[in-house]
Ligand binder design. Structure first.
Ligand code: HEC
Ligand code: HEC
Length: 342
């Protein structure tokens, strides 16, 4: 997995310093997909079933949906998530809405793709607690009613595999996107889609420097190939009072997964879409409200203190990045013969 070095950010900042206009881009109507996993109706249907099915956790009670509620913000509204046996994890659950537009997954970008990411939670001891991916796929195979769905998605034969399960989940996640927000309509030329206050907030985002990091259609950085992360130091300004207030340096960020000294406190730049539905904020979920998250960012990343009007207008703009959410319906799942936990 590659890392984009700070030069990209410096170049982006230079654009702002010289007053170069920010390109305000609408979210595409379709998420990018890898050549070896084109999205099909049959894969999406299977992926959605697996996503909602709690039977692939050690207790039979935790599914992807438990922590990523797609009937709302795509997260769980807790500072850090609760998995099997009531265990608490160390980081905040990010939203699955528009995760398909991230070039790497997780707060620290340790998974290169949605396919890779989907193999993590089932064997995470705190999340779904299965002992191995083999044990996960054995649980799927023990439910014979799944086989026709795998065959519809991947063809006949020995297709009930973990790789195919992950591909199907990723295909479903690529449908969890929200183009067509008020901001998107504005970016496409519908000038009345944003209020005057929202437009001032949008300009402030650029003038203050937020868009040096939060740029592009998902506000998560420049367009990069899948597997290449756009990482930034957080906090950048070590002396910000918010650093101790919200305990922002306890977690070493990307360093935890790479052990590379240069990765200490590097984090992937997250999306700013649908924030209205994803409180609390930051990797540790320590910041409870959106206005406060905006103040924290201005201080920790740019060394600035915003006045109340700037904060209000920026938040009003961020609200224009919400939805619309495609309707979600619960899937019907095949039966378990006998005892699931046998
Ligand atoms: C117990 C709660 C829990 C469960 C169950 C769970 N997740 Fe997550 N998910 C999290 C947390 C917490 C993170 C962030 C972890 C990190 O970054 O270190 C995360 C990260 C993600 C991301 C990355 C999003 C981003 O912006 O980087 C995706 C996608 C995702 N999960 C999908 C899934 C899928 C698919 C499943 C089921 C196979 C699943 N999750 C099960 C809590 C959970
Ligand atoms: C130098 C790069 C950089 C700049 C500048 C920056 N951010 Fe961020 N932003 C990040 C990173 C990295 C994170 C992830 C923080 C973490 O890991 O907790 C983040 C997180 C956020 C979050 C929390 C997202 C969530 O889902 O919890 C919000 C909101 C946000 N930024 C808004 C802003 C605003 C508004 C500005 C301008 C005032 C701004 N950012 C400036 C890099 C930046």
């Amino acid at each position: 997995m590659r890392t984009v070095n700070l030069l990209v950010a410096i170049a982006a900042m230079a654009g702002i310093v010289t007053g170069q206009a920010q390109a305000w881009e609408a979210l595409p109507d379709k998420a990018p997909e890898p050549a070896d996993n084109p999205t099909t109706v049959a894969k999406v249907e299977l992926g959605k079933m697996l996503y909602f099915d709690p039977r692939f956790s050690s207790t039979g009670s935790v599914s992807c949906f438990s922590c990523h509620n797609v009937m709302e913000g795509g997260d769980d509204h807790m500072p850090t998530s609760i998995g099997v046996h009531g265990q608490k994890g160390g980081r905040n659950a990010p939203t699955v809405w528009n995760a398909a537009f991230h070039s790497v997954q997780f707060w620290d970008g340790r998974a290169a793709s949605l396919e890779d990411q989907a193999k993590g939670p089932p064997v995470n001891p705190i999340e779904m607690g299965m002992t191995s991916l083999g044990a996960v796929i054995d649980r799927v195979r023990a439910i014979p009613g799944y086989k026709p769905y795998f065959e519809a998605a991947f063809g006949p034969g020995e297709v009930v595999t973990m790789d195919n399960a992950a591909k199907a989940i990723a295909a479903y996640e690529r449908t969890l996107i929200t183009p067509g927000s008020a901001y998107d309509r504005f970016a496409k030329g519908e000038t009345a889609a944003l209020t005057a206050g929202q437009q001032r907030g949008m300009e402030a985002l650029q003038a203050v420097g937020c868009t040096s990091c939060h740029q592009g259609p998902a506000f998560n950085g420049p367009a990069l190939p899948i597997g290449t992360g756009f990482f930034m130091k957080f906090p950048t300004i070590a002396g910000s009072p918010y650093v101790t207030k919200y305990d922002l340096v306890a977690d070493d960020g990307r360093f935890v997964s790479t052990s590379a000294e240069g990765d200490r406190h590097l984090w992937r730049v997250p999306t700013l879409r649908n924030l209205e539905f994803t409180a609390p904020y930051m990797h540790n979920g320590a910041v409870k409200t959106l206005p406060e998250a905006v103040r924290v960012m201005a201080s920790t990343q740019l060394g600035q203190t915003l006045d109340d009007q700037q904060v209000d207008e920026m938040v009003a703009f961020l609200m224009s990045l919400s939805g619309p959410f495609p309707l979600q319906t619960m899937p019907r799942l095949p039966a378990t013969p006998g005892d699931l936990l046998d």
